[in-house]
Write a protein that binds this ligand. Sequence first.
Ligand code: ZN
Ligand code: FE
Length: 260
Amino acid sequence: MPDTGPAPEIVTIPCLKDNYAYLLHDRATGATAVIDVPDAAPVEAALAARGWHLTDIVITHHHWDHVDGVAALRAASGARVWGAAADAHRLPPLDHALTEGDQVVIGALRGHVIDVSGHTIGHIACHFPQANAVFTADSLMALGCGRLFEGTAAQMWDSLQKLAALPPETLVCSGHEYTMSNLRFARTIEPGNPALISRGMKIEAARAADRPTVPSVLSEELATNPFLRAADPGIAQHLGLAGQAPVDVFARIRSLKDSF
Ligand code: ZN
Ligand code: FE
C-alpha cells in the first residue's frame, strides 16, 4: 500500500445539465484538486462550503463541458493545471503536461495517468490508489462508455481493458449522469443478467430521489456494464455474433447504443 494518513475525501458536484466535477481533498496536507470543471460556480460553492482552497485542476479531455470553468477557477485560486500533453494545443494552458504512466501530485496523494483514448484522442483517466478511486470522465461511465468521437472501437476497448484491470473495489468517478439511459440500453443487451436487474432497481431509486448514480464501483461495472462485458459468450450469442472477437462485439454494442 502507498502511504497512509487519513483517507482522502471525494465530493461529487453536479454541474450544468448532467455533468459531474469531483473534488479530491487530501486531509493530511489540505491540498484539494478538482477533476474537470464544466462550470466554475458550483465548484467554488463546494469549496467554500468546506473551507477548502483549490490547489490543483486536473483535466480529462478537451470537450467544452469538461473545461469551460478552468480559466475562472485558475484565476481565482492560482491552482496548477494538469492535462494531457497530447492535447496541450486544445486545452487551457497547462502547468503539467501528462502522458500515460506519469504521476499527478495532490499534496501527499499520487495519481497514475492512464491513456483512455476513444471518446477523444488524448483523453486521460487518473487512478488514485490512496483514494481507491479512478476519474474516468467520458471513457468508462456508469453502465456505459463515451461515444467514439475521435478514436476507434479498438482504442476504446483497449482503454476499457486498462480500467477493468484496476482493483475491483475501485470507485469509478465518471463525468455524466447518463445512467438511466445506459440502464435502458443495457437491459436490451443482457435482459436476464441478475446483477443488472438488481443494480437497475438501485439506479431507479437513486434517480427518483434525484441522487447521483456516481461514483459507481468497478466490480459492479464488471458485472453489469455491457461495454465491459463484450467478451461474454452469452452477449455475443444474444447479438448473433457467437465466436467473434470481443473487440468486434464491443464495436457492435457501441453502434447499437449510438442509435438507441
Ligand atoms: Zn466528452
Ligand atoms: Fe462530456
